[in-house]
Design a binder for this molecule. Structure first.
Ligand code: TMO
Length: 334
């Protein structure tokens, strides 16, 4: 009996050692031979990735950065707001912006692209919208919504101490011609800009709890649509002419008498030399492609579930290995 136990113990020990050895060998194999590490980056210069100030952009930038790091690239991040990013991209001080939205950045992108130092790498599949938005219960208080003319009639309903009798429109920290639109559509609203994106959700939550009227800047894809019931305000349909030709639209004397695009694009943008200096990193960026569901899900990991941006990026990568492995394949073989 004793002898049997002893030999069982010994053989278990041997088996354990064996498994450990196999494990170590596999690990070595993985480090030396796995495809991700077989690649040598074309340059040791760090790829500089811009971080803006809303969740999905930051998480996607980190997903991209971590993908490059797994291939051996040096990566550096730079926090910049959407206005300040263009001059630095133009000069090659930063190299990548993974989420350029039509509604807030189309004009700037056109302007800087024309100078020849910035390229659009490709579009995401996601269709985007950035617009005034309200929680659904507001419709009972202001019949006729989502039409903007209904909102115009109920403006005073949205007032607070600082704006009364005008309504309060809670805007994000991104420069948009909101005041020009309010003027062009002759709406009795005052813009109250929050300092950071998170404050939008604080304001939303405050009003939501008490079922008080609120109209605020929101966008899609975003996590809000997964957790709150609400709608965008329907302004007159967007047209490029609306921004340049006063005669166009409901106000013949002013531009900006229309809403933002409803089916906006979402682009990845890079410094022009990126493709030459880091062809594989460029190819990864070109292939990286998020749709609406993917974007609202990565945003929800942070804004609804409380993860950090890095944790959310790691989680996404863990759960989407196949997608990640498909990025940059031809250019990244070496
Ligand atoms: C640029 N954003 C998605 C916050 O509207």
């Amino acid at each position: 009996m004793r002898h049997d136990q002893l030999s069982l113990k010994t053989s278990l020990k041997t088996a354990n050692r064996f498994l450990l050895a196999v494990g170590v060998l596999l690990a070595i194999n993985y480090v030396v031979l796995s495809p991700a590490n077989a690649f040598t980056p074309e340059s040791k210069e760090p790829v500089r990735i811009i971080l803006n100030n809303w969740t999905s952009q930051i998480v996607m930038a980190k997903i991209y950065g971590k993908t490059l790091e797994a291939k051996g690239y040096e990566v550096e991040y730079k926090e910049l707001n959407t206005k300040d990013q263009w001059a630095r991209l133009h000069r090659g001080l930063e190299h990548v912006q993974v989420e350029v939205w039509e509604g807030t950045m189309a004009e700037d992108l056109e302007r800087v692209k024309a100078k020849g130092q910035i390229v659009v790498v490709s579009d995401h599949d996601a269709k985007t919208r950035e617009e005034w938005w309200y929680p659904s219960y507001v419709e009972q208080l202001c019949p006729g919504l989502p039409d903007w003319q209904a909102l115009k009639k109920c403006a005073s309903l949205f007032s607070d101490n600082s704006t009364t009798p005008r309504g309060r429109y809670v805007a994000g920290p991104w420069e948009k011609p909101e005041k020009a639109r309010i003027r062009a559509l002759e709406m009795d609203f005052t813009v109250r800009r929050v300092k950071q994106a998170d404050d939008l959700w604080v304001e939303l939550e405050k009003s939501y709890k008490n079922k008080e009227p609120i109209v605020l800047f929101n966008w899609s894809p975003n996590w809000v649509e997964d957790r709150y019931d609400g709608k965008f305000v329907e302004f007159p349909n967007y047209s490029a002419e609306c921004e340049t030709n006063p005669a166009w639209g409901v106000n013949p004397k002013r531009i900006h008498d229309c809403g933002n695009p409803k089916d906006g694009w979402l682009k990845k943008v890079a410094w022009i030399k990126m493709e030459i200096i880091w062809p594989c990193a460029y190819a990864v960026l070109n292939d990286m492609n998020f749709n609406n569901t993917m974007i609202s899900q990565v945003a929800a990991l942070v804004d609804a579930d409380g993860m950090t941006h890095d944790q959310a990026a790691i989680r996404w990568i863990d759960q989407n290995q196949e997608i990640q492995n498909s990025w940059g394949n031809q250019s990244c073989k070496k």
